[in-house]
Design a protein around this ligand. Structure first.
Ligand SMILES: O=C(c1ccccc1)c1ccc(O)c(O)c1[N+](=O)[O-]
Ligand SMILES: [Mg+2]
Length: 215
C-alpha cells in the first residue's frame, strides 16, 4: 500500500478511472475521498460552483494557487477552450509529483503547467519567466493565511485587470476572514458569496467570488 495519502488517491484513480477522461478522474477522486479517506480537494459540491464560475468567465489564462493532487486543475482544465492554459502553483514537491501524474492520466497535461514553489516567489515571476500578461481567472485554494497577501501581490504585479475573477475556497472553513474583509471593503472588487459545505463533510464552508474593477 502506498505510504502517502496522496499516492493512495493517485493509485486508486489509475486502477479505477478511465485514462484520458478528466470527468472520470474527478469522479473517482470524489468517490475515494468520500468513502475511504478524506482529503482537501475542493470536492463535488463546491466543484459544481467552481464549474459554473469557470463557464461564465470562459477564461484564456487561469492561475491556481494550491495544486495539491491536481483535482481542481483537472476539473478546471476540462472546461477550458482550445488554446487556453492553466498555471497551478504548488509548494510541496511530493504533492506536485502526484499532481503531475494525475493531470497526465486525465489527459489535460497540454493545458496545465505545474509551477513548483511558493506563491510569493512565483507570482512576481509570472510575467518575466512564464510569459503571462494578465490572468483572467484565479482559483485561490492554498493556505488561507496567504490569501490576502497574494491577492495584493497580484494587484501590485498588474497580473489582474478589470474583469479578472478571483474565486477563493474555504472562506468559512478553515476560514479567510481578512481576505473577505479586504475584497469586500477595499472598493476594487464586486463580491459574491456562495455558501456550501466542506468537501466530503456536512461542516459549513463557502466560496467567495471577487471580480476586479480595476486599480
Ligand atoms: O487548511 C486546510 C486544512 C486544515 C486542517 C486540516 C486539514 C486541512 C484545508 C482544508 C480544506 C481545504 O479545502 C483546503 O484547501 C485546505 N488547505 O490546506 O488549503
Ligand atoms: Mg480548499
Amino acid at each position: 500500500m502506498a505510504q502517502r495519502l496522496e499516492e493512495r488517491i493517485l493509485e486508486y484513480v489509475k486502477q479505477h478511472a478511465a485514462e484520458g477522461d478528466p470527468q472520470s478522474v474527478v469522479d473517482h477522486i470524489d468517490k475515494y475521498c468520500s468513502q475511504n479517506e478524506w482529503a482537501m480537494h475542493v470536492g463535488d459540491e463546491k466543484g459544481l460552483i467552481l464549474d459554473q464560475v469557470v463557464k461564465e468567465t470562459n477564461p484564456t489564462i487561469v492561475l491556481e494557487l494550491g495544486t495539491y493532487c491536481g483535482y481542481s486543475a483537472t476539473r478546471i482544465a476540462r472546461l477550458l477552450k482550445p488554446g487556453s492554459r492553466l498555471l497551478t502553483v504548488e509548494m510541496n514537491p511530493e504533492n506536485a509529483a502526484v499532481a503531475k501524474q494525475m493531470i497526465q492520466f486525465a489527459g489535460v497535461q497540454d493545458k496545465v503547467e505545474i509551477l513548483e514553489g511558493s506563491t510569493e516567489v512565483i507570482i512576481p515571476s509570472l510575467k518575466t519567466k512564464y510569459g503571462v500578461d494578465r490572468v483572467d481567472f484565479v482559483f485561490i485554494d492554498h493556505f488561507s493565511e496567504r490569501y490576502t497577501a497574494d491577492t495584493k501581490l497580484l494587484e501590485e504585479c498588474q497580473l489582474i485587470k478589470k474583469g479578472s475573477v478571483l474565486l477563493a475556497d474555504n472562506v468559512v472553513f478553515p476560514g479567510a476572514p481578512d481576505f473577505l474583509e479586504y475584497v469586500r471593503t477595499c472598493g476594487r472588487y464586486d463580491c459574491t458569496y456562495y455558501p456550501s459545505h466542506l468537501e466530503y463533510s456536512d461542516k459549513l464552508d463557502a466560496l467567495e467570488k471577487a471580480v476586479f474593477k480595476g486599480p
